[in-house]
Design a protein around this ligand. Structure first.
Ligand code: GDP
Ligand code: MG
Length: 184
């Protein structure tokens, strides 16, 4: 998404953001909470790719993000390269109450870097922070992995809304800042 001339405005761009991570970590619910302020207690079994276009306020400017959800493809390890194509941001999601989903992060990171730009702005997201009694991954572990891999980090809850908007905002704001520096 090179800015080819000075006439183009960042505000006119649509930032493609992808949600990545194991099945059941809450990707669809993070998007539902962010885009529609909704939560579903049962997983929807829709297969295929879905996306939502969301207007966001970044530094007082309106920016549009197109947020893509795997919508179940990941259950069959069949997330296609088309899913990642052109993505400038990613939310790499695990479930703090299921260690296996945290163990999968390395594999998802590889997949992300195979199919997208190395410079894709990525945040590691430990979702379901409301499940305090069932926690299997500490905040320090999440933070440590993020630091080692050069990722942003946040724990979220799609159920109680904690940090959901902040996680999306962090990614879009960073993309916006990088592009602003390029344009100037
Ligand atoms: P996906 O497969 O990654 O898209 O995950 P879903 O969004 O379908 O969520 C899987 C299950 O986890 C559903 O039963 C959701 O209701 C539940 N879930 C998602 N986010 C949260 C959360 O933040 N807290 C809790 N307690 N449950 C959640
Ligand atoms: Mg889903």
């Amino acid at each position: 998404m090179a800015l080819s001339n000075d006439e183009e405005k960042i505000e006119d761009y649509l930032f493609k953001i992808v949600l990545v991570g194991d099945s059941g970590v809450g990707k669809s619910n993070l998007l539902a909470r962010f885009a529609r302020d909704e939560f579903y207690s049962n997983s929807k079994s829709t297969i295929g790719v879905e996306f939502q276009t969301q207007k966001m306020d970044i530094n007082g400017k309106e920016v549009k993000a197109q947020i893509w959800d795997t919508a179940g493809q990941e259950r069959f390890r069949a997330v296609t390269s088309a899913y990642y194509r052109g993505a400038v941001g990613a939310l790499l999601v695990y479930d703090i109450s299921r260690r296996l989903t945290f163990d999968s992060i390395g594999r998802w990171l590889n997949e992300l870097h195979t199919h997208s730009d190395m410079n894709i702005v990525t945040i590691l997201v430990g979702n379901k922070s409301d499940l305090k009694d069932a926690r299997e991954v500490t905040t320090a572990e999440g933070k440590g992995l993020a630091e080692a891999q050069g990722l942003f980090f946040m724990e979220t809850s799609a159920l109680d809304s904690s940090n959901v908007a902040a996680a999306f905002q962090t990614v879009v704001k960073e993309i916006y800042n990088i592009l602003s520096r390029k344009v100037m």
